[in-house]
Design a binder for this molecule. Structure first.
Ligand SMILES: Cc1cc2nc3c(=O)[nH]c(=O)nc-3n(C[C@H](O)[C@H](O)[C@H](O)COP(=O)(O)OP(=O)(O)OC[C@H]3O[C@@H](n4cnc5c(N)ncnc54)[C@H](O)[C@@H]3O)c2cc1C
Ligand SMILES: *[C@@H]1O[C@H](CO)[C@@H](O)[C@H](O)[C@H]1NC(C)=O
Ligand SMILES: *[C@@H]1O[C@H](CO)[C@@H](O)[C@H](O)[C@H]1NC(C)=O
Ligand SMILES: *[C@@H]1O[C@H](CO)[C@@H](O)[C@H](O)[C@H]1NC(C)=O
Ligand SMILES: *[C@@H]1O[C@H](CO)[C@@H](O)[C@H](O)[C@H]1NC(C)=O
Ligand SMILES: *[C@@H]1O[C@H](CO)[C@@H](O)[C@H](O)[C@H]1NC(C)=O
Ligand SMILES: *[C@@H]1O[C@H](CO)[C@@H](O)[C@H](O)[C@H]1NC(C)=O
Ligand SMILES: *[C@@H]1O[C@H](CO)[C@@H](O)[C@H](O)[C@H]1NC(C)=O
Length: 622
């Protein structure tokens, strides 16, 4: 393992020589960044440096145990967090959320070699095919489900379920899975193997929702047990580092250094570049020379990239690096209480890109908890991975859809104006209108699923956690005034229809626990309790209060450097290159332009596989 390189870097050539040079510099050893580092350094003549603030957590049991995520998460759901973060997690506070009773919420991000994949829930669910198709519809040729599909397979090595797992609900359709990629996926050893799956399946079927035998083929609708990013036979979490890094860390052309990337360093300080406008031939004029990063002992080091800089610091941190590099919105907007704007930091504008940090799309996660008689074989070492995905037709009735669709279409101009205003008009209402129409089409014409309802079980308790999958609401992430930490404003439930979906999905979840045969095991509701939310006839106001008082982040934030045209508030082109420059790309959740009816890592692995291929096929040289 190349951890020697961290020391070599701190005391040796990188720090002293001011860096490399390297062909490619990857900022962030996270979920997507490590795919790029692995694929680019497969060519022994290509040198790659990865810069990452987190450390080697490959032996940390909080990372390796497939149970390490669910235990603390369930604890968070039933009692307040003590506020102390383990070393490998960054816990940010969002701004007070106006539609969630002005609460500031804890938003987590991984800080480790492996990024957020070292702390996440390991759910492996791609989403509906219509979603990447909508990226293409936004003007990104080649980013549709069909084009993404080979990359999903390329990254994956799926272990077929055992007989006992199959009896307990594990199911798969072989052609949907890769078997020789770097990322091991499986139904974990700890999967609950009793009869609870059948009981849940029968109950959802009684409510009209069928069993989806493999939700990873582009249609997640229905009830399913989901596979996970777990190496079943070794019984360890399969994070990005285990899949893509540790095995290749010894490559002599791949270095990793501990540090925080502060900014991209531009040729000639970006002077004479007229703020990222095109030259007379329509070519970008700004060229990156490398990056500046801060070492753990506080030194600033500049390292040169001969070819490209790839930003993979995640949807929360990549926009901050761009803003600190002079890429963002140059103007101060006096109408909103936000201070995201380059001029207010005295940062000279290199590229005027008003979409940096905008388009942030997150999902509010809401829970119900019940006492109950759980199966004997369910203990704290069990994983019960059951989810139900529903369309708008499922929630509101097919017969009601045309009217609902048309009412929502009529609302889009008003929502766009409201969203633009709430975010300081940094993306115009006109641009938002265009994007929200694509999303409306996704929900009402393409029948994409609009909510995921997880049905969980732990000793003596059952519960649901659910969220609207495709929110119309948009928020932002920008540099903070003092600490240069992010100011995270997801604007949860800003658009009315997101609330409508969240309430309808909550009613579906509640009905599930009241329906036989599930109801036979279910006792009293404990969160939020029957007074706050009666079991049979809770009013809209009671449901909305439950959302407002209890929703937490779902940690699926994306879109802060969206792959869309500049006119729409996009930040990167279809080759993931930041507009107005020649050799800086973004490869992480920031570039995904619309939310996904799945969980993000699987799509990020595929996206980064494809991005690596694009980068290698181009070989930009200064
Ligand atoms: C609690 C939780 C549960 C989740 N559950 C699931 C799940 O079950 N399934 C699923 O698919 N997804 C899940 N997700 C979401 C998913 O894990 C993330 O969306 C995804 O890992 C993000 O990948 P990324 O490459 O964009 O960023 P990350 O993986 O976060 O990588 C970014 C890396 O950049 C580093 N970095 C930050 N700033 C800098 C800087 N200035 N310079 C250099 N490096 C920097 C960070 O330390 C980090 O290592 C969950 C997320 C959380 C937080
Ligand atoms: C694992 O997490 C627990 C709870 O947050 C913490 O007390 C412990 O120090 C962590 N262990 C390691 C090795 O990080
Ligand atoms: C949230 O804060 C705003 C601004 O201070 C205030 O106008 C509003 O009434 C508050 N909302 C709630 C639900 O407390
Ligand atoms: C249930 O799963 C565990 C762990 O995989 C296994 O040890 C046990 O034998 C299984 N029990 C049954 C009845 O299949
Ligand atoms: C930045 O770009 C926006 C949108 O294209 C434009 O309205 C604005 O005038 C530009 N600002 C500067 C300082 O060039
Ligand atoms: C739920 O179960 C716990 C543990 O058995 C018990 O203490 C509590 O009173 C129960 N709550 C309700 C509302 O029944
Ligand atoms: C969406 O559902 C409607 C109603 O069931 C159906 O008529 C239509 O063909 C479906 N569209 C797609 C793309 O599946
Ligand atoms: C709700 O249901 C309960 C029990 O079924 C009943 O007593 C109560 O009157 C109902 N309330 C309303 C507002 O319908």
């Amino acid at each position: 393992m190349a951890l020697r390189l961290i020391l070599a870097a701190a005391h040796g050539r990188v720090a002293v020589a001011g860096g490399g040079p390297y062909d490619y510099i990857v900022a962030g050893a996270g979920t997507a960044g490590l795919v790029v580092a692995n694929r680019l350094s497969a060519d022994p003549y290509t040198s790659v440096l990865v810069i990452e603030p987190g450390g080697d957590e490959h032996a940390n049991p909080n990372v390796t145990s497939p149970l390490a995520f669910t235990r603390p998460l369930f604890a968070v759901w039933t009692r307040p967090m003590n506020g102390r973060a383990p070393s490998l997690t960054r816990i940010h506070k969002t701004t007070p959320q106006p539609h969630l009773a002005n609460r500031s919420l804890e938003y987590h991000q991984g800080k480790a070699i492996g990024g957020t994949s070292t702390i996440n829930g390991m759910t492996y669910l791609r989403g509906d095919a219509a979603e990447p198709d909508a990226w293409a519809a936004l003007g990104n040729p080649g980013w549709d489900w069909k084009s993404m599909y080979p990359y999903y397979l390329r990254s994956e090595a799926f272990s077929p379920p055992t007989e006992a797992q199959t009896a307990a609900g594990a199911s798969w359709i072989p052609r949907y899975h890769g078997n020789s990629g770097p990322l091991r996926t499986s139904y974990p050893y700890e999967m609950l193997n009793g009869t609870l799956f059948d009981r849940m399946r029968t109950t959802w079927e009684a409510l009209g929702q069928g069993w989806n035998r493999d939700p990873n083929g582009g249609d997640v609708r229905g009830f399913a047990a989901w596979p996970m990013t777990v190496d079943r036979d070794a019984d360890v979490r399969e994070d990005a580092a285990r899949a893509y890094f540790w095995d290749v860390a010894g490559r002599p052309n791949l270095d990793i250094v501990q540090g925080v990337v502060k900014r991209v360093v531009w040729e000639d300080d970006g002077c004479g570049t007229s703020q990222g406008q095109m030259d007379e031939n329509g070519d970008a004029t700004v060229v990156a020379r490398g990056v500046e990063y801060e070492t753990p002992d506080g030194n600033m080091v500049t390292v040169v990239a001969k070819k490209e800089v790839i930003l993979s610091a995640g949807a929360i941190r990549t926009p901050l690096i761009l803003e600190q590099s002079g890429v963002g919105n140059p103007e101060r907007n006096v109408n909103v209480n936000q201070y995201s704007i380059l001029s207010s930091f005295g940062i000279p504008t290199i590229i005027n890109l008003t979409g940096v940090g905008e388009n942030f799309q997150e999902q509010p996660n809401i829970v119900l908890v019940y006492n109950g008689t759980t199966p004997d074989d369910l203990d704290t070492g069990s994983i019960a991975p059951y989810a139900t995905f529903l369309t708008a037709g499922d929630l509101f009735g097919e017969a009601n859809l045309p009217a609902l669709a048309s009412r929502n279409l009529d609302s889009i101009p008003a929502w766009s104006t409201q969203i633009a205003a709430a975010n300081g008009d940094r993306i115009s209402a006109k641009a938002l209108e265009h994007v929200l129409r694509v999303q409306h089409d996704l929900i009402f014409a393409k029948n994409a699923t609009v909510t995921e309802i997880i049905s969980f079980a732990r000793p003596g308790q059952f519960g649901s956690a659910w969220w609207p999958l495709l929110p119309f609401s948009r928020g932002s992430v920008h540099l903070g005034r003092r600490s240069r930490d992010p100011v995270i404003n997801p604007q949860y439930l800003l658009a009315d229809f997101d609330k409508t979906i969240a309430v309808a999905a909550g009613r579906a979840a509640q009905k599930f626990w009241r329906t036989a045969p599930m109801s036979e095991l279910v006792g009293a509701n404990t969160v939020p309790g029957p007074e706050a939310l009666p079991n049979y006839n809770a009013t809209d106001a009671q449901w909305e209060a439950h959302l407002a008082n209890t929703a937490t982040p779902n940690h699926h934030g994306l879109g802060t450097a969206a792959m869309m045209s500049r006119d729409l508030g996009g930040v990167v082109d279809p080759e993931l290159r930041v507009y107005g420059n020649k050799n800086v790309r973004v490869v992480d959740a920031s570039v995904i332009p619309l939310q996904i009816s799945g969980h993000l890592t699987v799509t990020l692995y595929a996206l980064a596989e494809r991005a690596s291929e694009i980068i290698m096929s181009q070989g930009t040289t200064n």
